[in-house]
Design a protein around this ligand. Structure first.
Ligand code: SF4
Length: 445
């Protein structure tokens, strides 16, 4: 078939914040940039509004990105697109983890990152030889990724439509926490982008704020400090206002790199504590190592170096009892975080956690994928009832996201920095908390 255009679609996931979607569709922007320049390309983001299916026809190749939580939405989009006669390719996390489940409602399923298969898919589609499945058998080197093209940057118009642009510096995580899909989706080996490419991309996209999509940038402080130092030194002279990243507590062992991070305009770390219960350590890939007693000191040390800290917690591990909510709340209040994320353990497909729950017949029946949003309970906990996990989680959310607590964390940030930085830091604390509060409220609507 003569491909008239390619449309890459992001199913709706989050609400809008003041008219903008939360984060830019970075993976689709990258895949769109690989498309030969003689084929028109569009990215449709359902987070920005309803999709115009009338613009699809049998000569439109449609690619849909699937996460587990959006997979039902992706299926609806695929069905509507196929009704218009368009061949539909579904890729992303969900199709990588459970391709057999996606296959019945897609013409083609992509397993893996698609960097090695996407051009072949386009060519096969043009030759009417689209196969039912394409598998990236090896992780692509991030060195060889095509740069995001100017036509994609112009088309997506991140500054107008998105609250926070996304950026990637590293990918992968060797920790293999039992509940996390990163190892299966991004790989165990940490891959790094060439520093020059990162700088060039930031300049061309003219982004001044961004959120790193990296699985665990902070572990690189330990495994490859020379690379991290090079990245930070390269970002320092750029006109960036602020950026944030997910990490783990290990960064606290590298004060010199934290100093460089601040000079590179980093605003805050999102630190995955996951659980304050040391009994749950087995599930955390060797991450926290019972450092709970040190956390307050560590958070203060990071504050003293000019960065905010957002604490991330997960509930429902096998050693959690009903006491975990009160104890964590106590811990959160004492630890002086600038923002807090609390979530329910979610048995995502492809994880050891899910396999164990299936083996023990503890998955709840009939939980739709749309409830795999880290705010609903999808399994029977070991030492609580389902209702106790739900009620404890709701109680904790009401404490953590109460206007008073959000104000307390924001005001604390305000008082900690010199006047020149205080407003930005307090805004950063408020906006993170309000974002999490809205996400929690949205899930329970
Ligand atoms: S450290 Fe974070 S990214 Fe790595 S496996 Fe654990 S939860 Fe996933």
């Amino acid at each position: 078939m003569q491909i008239e255009k390619i449309v890459l679609i992001q199913p709706a996931h989050q609400g809008r914040i003041w008219g903008k979607a939360a984060g830019s569709p970075y993976t689709l922007m990258r895949l769109a940039s690989m498309v030969p320049s003689d084929i028109p390309i569009e990215i449709w983001d359902e987070n920005l509004g309803p999709l115009n299916y009338a613009r699809l026809n049998p000569r439109t190749l449609v690619g849909i990105s699937s996460m587990t939580v959006t997979s039902e939405g992706a299926q609806t989009i695929a069905t509507r697109a196929r009704q218009r006669g368009s061949p539909v390719v579904v890729g992303g996390v969900h199709s990588t983890l459970v391709p057999d489940e996606v296959a019945p409602w897609a013409d083609t399923v992509v397993v893996g990152e698609a960097y090695r298969t996407w051009l072949q898919i386009i060519q096969d589609c043009a030759n009417d030889q689209l196969k039912p499945r394409y598998v990236d058998v090896e992780w692509a080197s991030l060195d060889t990724l095509a740069p995001i093209t100017d036509r994609v940057i112009k088309h997506v118009d991140e500054h107008r439509h998105y609250w926070t642009p996304s950026l990637e510096i590293t990918r992968g995580c060797p920790r293999n926490c039992t509940f996390c899909t990163a190892v299966r989706v991004s790989g165990k080996i940490m891959r790094h982008r060439p520093v020059e490419q990162i700088v060039e991309e930031i300049a061309r996209r003219r982004i001044k704020r961004f959120f790193l999509t990296d699985d665990n940038l902070g572990l690189n402080f330990h495994t490859d400090p020379a690379y991290i130092e090079k990245v930070f030194r390269a970002l320092e002279p750029l006109p960036i206002r602020s950026w944030t990243t997910q990490t783990e507590l290990i960064v606290a062992q590298y004060p010199d790199l934290i100093d460089l991070a601040r000079r590179a305009h980093m605003d805050k770390f999102f630190i995955g504590f996951e659980s304050i219960n040391p009994e749950n350590r087995r599930d955390l890939g060797g991450k926290t190592k019972g450092q709970v007693a040190d956390v307050k000191r560590v958070v203060r040390a990071i504050h003293a170096r000019g960065l905010n800290v957002v604490g991330l917690f997960v509930f429902g591990f096998d050693h959690d009892t009903v006491e975990v909510f009160e104890k964590t709340w106590q811990f959160i209040r004492e630890s002086e975080f600038d923002g807090v994320s609390v979530t329910v353990l979610t048995p995502f497909p492809g994880t050891p956690q899910r396999e164990q729950l299936i083996a023990q017949d503890r998955l709840l029946p009939n939980v739709p994928w749309s409830h795999y949003d880290t705010a609903h309970v999808a399994f029977r906990p070991a030492l609580m009832t389902v209702e106790q996990l739900r009620a404890g989680y709701d109680w904790l959310c009401r404490q953590v996201y109460s206007p008073r607590q959000i104000a307390t964390r924001g005001m604390r940030a305000l008082g900690r920095y010199p006047l020149s930085q205080a407003r930005a830091k307090a805004f950063s604390s408020f906006s993170t908390d309000i974002g999490y509060r809205n996400a929690y409220a949205l899930r329970y609507r």
